[in-house]
Design a protein around this ligand. Structure first.
Ligand code: DQA
Length: 140
């Protein structure tokens, strides 16, 4: 069975409560449960942290063993060379996901340190982006 982990970064624990006009009204736990039901053939797990180093530790932990990582690094996407280096250091393919269309928002959200290290990038498709990322990983 393929092992894929979804890793969410800072403030994404507040999905459902946080700026619902941008990020929607569904909690991630609720969405994740439906994804698990939809993909019984995949061993799917979920991890969230608000801390840069903890996200790096998690990438190191899964990054030589899992079949895929779906990463929404939140604002660290736009700031963290350290997380970008971790993505480059591991052998597991990483898909970058953003719920909102970062290119239609503030200029500081237009640049990602992660994209060049990732096998693909999905932006602006809401929570559905995680499923699209999963599908992309499984089809590779
Ligand atoms: C986000 C976009 C980032 O710019 C922002 O800092 C987030 C969420 C998204 O999923 O749309 O926290 O990654």
């Amino acid at each position: 069975m393929k092992k894929v982990i979804i890793i969410n970064g800072p403030n994404l624990n507040l999905l459902g409560k946080r700026e619902p006009e941008i990020y929607g009204a569904q909690t991630f736990e609720n969405y994740f449960d439906s994804l698990v039901e939809q993909y019984p053939q995949v061993s799917l797990s979920y991890f969230q942290s608000n801390h840069e180093g903890v996200l790096i530790d998690k990438l190191h932990e899964v990054g030589f063993d899992y079949d895929g990582v779906i990463l929404n690094g939140g604002a660290y996407t736009h700031t963290s060379i350290a997380i970008a280096d971790a993505i480059g250091a591991i052998s597991t393919p990483v898909v970058e996901v953003h719920i909102s269309n970062v290119h239609a928002r503030e200029a500081f959200r237009h640049h990602s340190y992660f994209s060049e290290k990732c096998v693909g990038v999905i932006v602006g498709m809401g929570l559905k982006g995680y499923e699209l990322g999963l599908q992309g990983l499984l089809d590779r």
